[in-house]
Write a protein that binds this ligand. Structure first.
Ligand SMILES: [Ca+2]
Ligand SMILES: [Ca+2]
Ligand SMILES: [Ca+2]
Ligand SMILES: [Ca+2]
Length: 246
């Protein structure tokens, strides 16, 4: 133990000698901003840090939720990162600014990543958004090439129900030709599917629930359903889904 103490003293002495001049124990000033903020994903965000120090700034490190995303040693101090719809939510952005004497200054900001569809991500049975019988919800087929929107509802055996997916009759600017499927409680078997039974190109399914359980409605566009390679990604692909008794 004493040997370690002596070694530490020797190292400290060497460091003090090598630095020379007046000691700088003051950390750099730091702040960070994100642009755009909020980001409507997908897109790329540029992070810019303001940093200054009497001894000079050595480098700035940028982190998103604790993960290093970039390092910059020259002003303007910047880093960029691409986000997808899957990054939906708040991100804790932090920077560490190291001066030429090893002091560290820190700053933080919140980046909001949003997507045009508030129910996203809802691309699987397990991430389906709840839809009550008698309820409606508004979504958008967007933010990825082949968006599918999953909604789940509980039904009793014999429930007589109607599911509609409306586009232009709710939003005149909608560009969506909706397509909808209802999956059995196993989450795989298709109970019913429909393209254009509703008004115009809109979808409507009248069905009786064969068994009690949690069913899933999958909304997408006709183009995506019709062609396994087609993409259809427009922020104007709006729709309203409604589930009612009949
Ligand atoms: Ca300093
Ligand atoms: Ca969507
Ligand atoms: Ca989706
Ligand atoms: Ca349709």
């Amino acid at each position: 133990m004493k040997r370690h103490g002596l070694l530490f003293l020797a190292l400290t002495g060497a460091l003090l000698t090598s630095c020379g001049g007046p000691a700088d124990g003051t950390p750099p000033t730091a702040s960070v901003t994100a642009s755009p903020n909020p980001l409507i994903a997908p897109g790329t965000v540029t992070f810019t840090a303001q940093a200054s120090d009497a001894s000079g700034v050595n480098q700035v490190m940028f982190y998103d939720n604790g993960t290093l995303i970039g390092t910059d040693g020259t002003s303007p101090y910047q880093a960029t990162k691409a986000y997808t719809f899957a990054n939906n939510g708040d991100h804790a952005i932090t920077v560490k600014v190291v001066d030429n004497k090893g002091n560290i200054g820190q700053a933080a900001a919140t980046l909001k990543v949003a997507i045009a569809d508030a129910f996203e991500p809802n691309d699987s049975v397990t991430t389906a958004a709840p839809l009550a019988i008698g309820g409606t919800a508004s979504g958008v087929i967007t933010a990825q090439g082949r968006d599918m929107d999953y909604f789940k509802f509980d039904a009793a055996a014999g429930d007589m129900l109607k599911l509609t997916v409306k586009s232009v009759s709710v939003d005149a600017k909608s560009t969506l030709d909706p397509y909808v499927m209802i999956l059995m409680p196993d989450g795989k078997t298709i109970l019913e599917k429909d393209d254009d039974t509703g008004a115009g190109l809109e979808s409507e399914i009248r069905f009786n629930a064969p068994v009690a359980g949690t069913y899933t409605a999958v909304v997408t566009s006709f183009d995506i359903h019709d062609d396994a390679t087609a993409t259809d990604d427009k922020t104007t692909n709006t729709y309203q889904i409604a589930l009612t008794r009949r």
